[in-house]
Write a protein that binds this ligand. Structure first.
Ligand code: N01
Length: 540
């Protein structure tokens, strides 16, 4: 659904809150703050709601969290009345759902679409934020809430000659809104992350030839998608509140298939290990990584899981050389595990070719294709499935200036620093939803988003009730939090690979492990801070 820009602002005085972004986070934030009686406006660069699900329309785009979990829990009526059609929802259905929510809770009237925030500056004298947009708006607001998403700035690599390409180019994260017909086309896909792994089988089914340019092989386990199991759905809906409550207590806030284990892989015999992994492989989904309790912290245990997946790849892919190239040699789960439907099978199609660009690096893009060091590939279309400047990219593209002229770019020069992933020292009354330093991308995002939104709403209401001008993280509490986030990460295998969690996919980006590993303990930490009267913050 495309919305027209609403020239909402003219003659409006200072608002209580500006929310940047009308994705899942921004919409719920708007709803909560309105319920709390605040004047709120959402600014959204797209022409519709949905955030991630508005932009990522590539063929095969689908959620990797099950539908009954990947949905808002704040309204019992909403979760009862909405019916999902598949175990894992596709992008169009999720976008329909988000539009439904926006209509059902009358949220569209609070959103100005087609409006990109360019600058936000904190005015210390008046204790408010001054926000400038590309539409010429200048808005003042007491609170600034960044609901800009973790994966919302596309990463398009600077490959020489890119502009010279005569065919069409696409990025999975900013896919056109019209149907793309790849039939009869020679398509190249650069990248083999979650987006590529979903898109490749669909593009291959249509195109004349598909060349996949792989830099790093990736682990993927089967999603085992299918129509939703109606009996299971009825069971969940009969006690949805309990289901949500249980999931919120799980690591990563994932419930249905992520039954954890109290056992180390090393305590099981090789036969038991194989049986356990096979069981979870057949069920499909992220539950694979819950097979043992030490897969993310013990390399030896992790090796067993990794080898199990490599075996499945070798079993599936007929050509031994291609199978070998598709077998990752890193820690499984260290980069985001992918879920797929027929990804590895696709390489058995005669018109699908895998190019190992570590062996034969891309040198340049030419008008008619891609030139690697040793081979030239003639192409009609190039799909960049090259990911995102994750977690900080969108925030840093907006010129945000806090107290004493401090810019977020300067504050985060050596990597993002936050208190609780929610606030930044020097930036009073600014909140981040699922910011760096919070569990966000390591959880079911909607659970984390709801937790952040509800925390922020209570905090903002507290400030207004106490008639404070502002809240700001204390230096010591922020330093302590950053240290805590790093310490937890250092005890796991996560820092061992070049993932976007560490900023390693973007040349020049500081290598800092950005998310907080530790859901649901994190939630308790936020609650403690709150119940202690917002310890670690100062009010003025
Ligand atoms: O991006 P990615 P994504 N030259 O960064 C390669 C979520 N998501 O859009 O690994 C050549 O994972 C890069 O290679 P390497 C999910 O959280 C969820 O796929 O850096 N190649 C990699 O192969 C996911 O993790 C869902 O060596 C280059 C690929 O491009 C996140 O979004 C679906 C390159 C990028 O992979 C991002 O996924 C989709 C270069 N210069 C996404 N630069 C679901 O819910 C990068 N690459 C299922």
């Amino acid at each position: 659904m495309e919305m027209t820009t609403r020239p909402f602002i003219a003659n409006t005085g200072q608002l209580d809150a500006i929310i940047v972004g009308a994705g899942i986070a921004g919409l719920y934030m708007l709803h909560r703050l309105r319920q709390a009686g605040l004047s709120v406006l959402v600014l959204e660069r797209g022409k519709g709601v949905g955030g991630t699900w508005y932009w990522n329309r590539y063929p095969g785009a689908r959620c990797d969290v099950e539908s009954l979990e990947y949905s808002y829990s704040f309204s019992e009526r909403l979760q009862q009345e909405w019916n999902w059609s598949e175990r894992y929802s596709g992008q169009p259905e999720i976008l329909d759902y988000i539009n439904h929510v926006a209509n059902r809770f009358d949220l569209l009237s609070g959103i100005q679409f087609g409006t990109k925030v360019e600058k936000a500056r904190y005015d210390e004298t008046h204790a408010c934020w001054i926000i400038n947009t590309d539409q010429g708006d200048r808005i003042t607001s007491k609170f600034l809430i960044m609901a800009t998403g973790c994966l919302s700035s596309a990463n398009i690599p600077q490959i020489e000659g890119r502009e010279s390409f005569k065919g069409a180019t696409y990025h999975t994260g900013s896919w056109p809104h019209h149907e793309i017909d790849f039939s009869g086309q020679r398509v190249g896909v650069i990248g083999t992350g979650s987006s590529a792994i979903q898109a490749i089988p669909h593009i291959a089914a249509e195109c004349e030839s598909l060349t996949v340019f792989q830099r790093t092989a990736n682990y993927s386990v089967p999603a085992r998608n299918g129509t939703i199991n109606k009996t299971y759905e009825a069971e969940v809906k009969a006690n949805y509140a309990e289901f949500r409550k249980r999931n919120r207590m799980m690591p990563a806030a994932l419930g249905s298939t992520f039954t954890g284990s109290n056992q180390s892989a090393l305590e099981a015999s090789p036969e038991e290990q194989q049986m356990e992994f096979a069981k979870r492989w057949n069920i499909g989904g992220f539950g694979f990584l819950g097979a043992y309790n030490d897969l993310t912290i013990n390399k030896e245990s992790n090796d067993v899981a990794a080898e199990f997946v490599r075996e499945r790849i070798r079993e599936t892919v007929a050509d031994a050389n291609t199978a070998g190239l598709l077998c990752p040699d890193s820690v499984i789960g260290c980069k985001r595990l992918c879920l797929d439907t027929n990804y590895f099978e696709t390489y058995n199609m005669p018109h699908v070719h895998l190019v190992d660009i570590r062996e034969d690096p891309i040198q340049r893009i030419m008008p008619t294709g891609i030139r690697c060091k040793n081979t030239v590939y003639e192409l009609d279309d190039i799909v960049f499935a090259t990911g995102f400047d994750a977690m900080t990219g969108t925030l840093l593209r907006i010129r945000i200036t806090g107290r004493s002229g401090l810019t977020l770019q300067d504050a985060w020069k050596a990597g993002p620093r936050t208190y609780l992933g929610l606030t930044v020292k020097g930036f009073p009354n600014m909140f981040l939803i699922s910011g760096p330093g919070s569990p966000s991308v390591l959880t079911n995002m909607i659970v984390s988003i709801e937790q952040h939104v509800e925390w922020i709403e209570r905090c903002v209401s507290y400030i207004l009730e106490k008639q404070y001008s502002a809240i700001e993280a204390e230096q010591g509490s922020q330093d302590g939090w950053v240290e805590h986030v790093n310490l937890i990460a250092s005890k796991t295998l996560y820092p061992s690979c070049n993932s976007w969690y560490r900023g390693a996919n973007i040349p020049g980006k500081p290598r800092v492990f950005m998310p907080h590993i530790g859901f649901p303990t994190y939630v308790a930490q936020c609650e403690e801070v709150e119940s202690a009267g917002y310890s670690g913050f100062e009010f003025y």
